[in-house]
Design a protein around this ligand. Structure first.
Ligand SMILES: Nc1ncnc2c1ncn2[C@@H]1O[C@H](COP(=O)(O)OP(=O)(O)O)[C@@H](O)[C@H]1O
Ligand SMILES: [Mg+2]
Length: 159
């Protein structure tokens, strides 16, 4: 299953050129994660979890995008049909980044596809790609993988 350090796995990709939230230079790394069953209800639970954590950390301005991202990633994880539990995490590895993480027990690759105008599927990862400005990725693990997606922790007026 997911060990605590799984949340730190994609740190090597954690560079962003965005400005930090004023006054948060000494903000400690904040991390929160939970394990959820592979059930449709877990997608809503993942949304609520991420929203609550970001509000708790005074990052309300990121809630809208973060909720869309975790919704898409958790839905994809649910669709793998794994039998154990998916991991949903949110983390501030630096004061400039808010990282959403979703892990599942499947080693199948997430593949961003080019959905045609009439396609009814295939847009989830494209949304994640767009909302993160291409700052997302996959860390493969012996038992599955963790997908991370980074948002810039900008002050509300600079977005
Ligand atoms: N967590 C995942 N595990 C395995 N495959 C995934 C995962 N997320 C996405 N994929 C693959 O990438 C494809 C594209 O995902 P997405 O853009 O969300 O579109 P959709 O979910 O509508 O198919 C999926 O159809 C699936 O094949
Ligand atoms: Mg999807």
């Amino acid at each position: 299953m997911f060990e605590a350090n799984v949340l730190e796995a994609p740190m090597q990709n954690a560079s962003m050129e965005s400005r930090a939230i004023p006054g948060t230079d000494s903000m400690p790394v904040s991390t929160a994660a939970e394990l959820l069953p592979y059930l449709p209800e877990s997608v809503g639970a993942a949304r609520r979890f991420v929203r609550a954590k970001l509000q708790e950390w005074d990052l309300d301005n990121l809630v809208d995008d973060a909720v869309v991202i975790v919704s898409e990633l958790a839905t994809n994880s649910f669709k793998t049909g794994c039998q154990t539990r998916m991991l949903v995490g949110v983390r501030c590895p630096t004061d400039r980044i808010v990282r959403i993480l979703v892990g599942d027990g499947s080693r199948s690759m997430p593949v961003m596809v080019q959905a045609g105008p009439d396609a009814t599927t295939g847009r989830g990862l494209a949304m994640v790609h767009r909302l993160t400005h291409d700052r997302w990725g996959v860390t493969f693990l012996p038992f599955g993988k963790v997908i991370h997606a980074d948002l810039a922790a900008l002050a509300p007026t600079s977005r």
